[in-house]
Design a protein around this ligand. Sequence first.
Ligand SMILES: [Zn+2]
Length: 169
Amino acid sequence: MSTRFVIDPLDFVRNASTHHAKIAVGELLRLQDYLYESIGTLSYQISGIYDARNKPNLHIKVEGEIVLCCQRCLDKLHHTLDLQTVVLLAKNEFELDKVDKDDAIDAILATSNLDVLDLIEDEIILSLSISSRHLDGECEILKPEEAQENINENNDNPFYALKKLKKTH
Ligand SMILES: [Zn+2]
């Protein structure tokens, strides 16, 4: 295991700090649920920056390859992470509540010891929720030939779709 990297995020912004490092995919324990194979290394960078309104922000970048498990056919799915995100540091619960109402802004409470790898892992998992399945033409369950067959079946028998619907309900 690599050592955890813990920062005081407000100090980190005040000092305009930047940190970059590599992390083995296998060390991101919560991410394992999404993976087909726990191999490879990701590189990340975190920077403390004041935004235009003088609010403290963390800028996060994560790059690398991971092997996901397709949510549809459960086969392997190579995924390139190229993640760039900005997290606002809320100074207290009140500010956090206020910011949370705005969906466009990602915010966390600025605790005095923030585990950077935890935060990076959160951001990776957030970014996966919409993309963890093959494209239609590449998925084992929906191979082009099979998709074609389904269309023919539907054309030959107009009640096929309806019957199938009834069966599943
Ligand atoms: Zn698939």
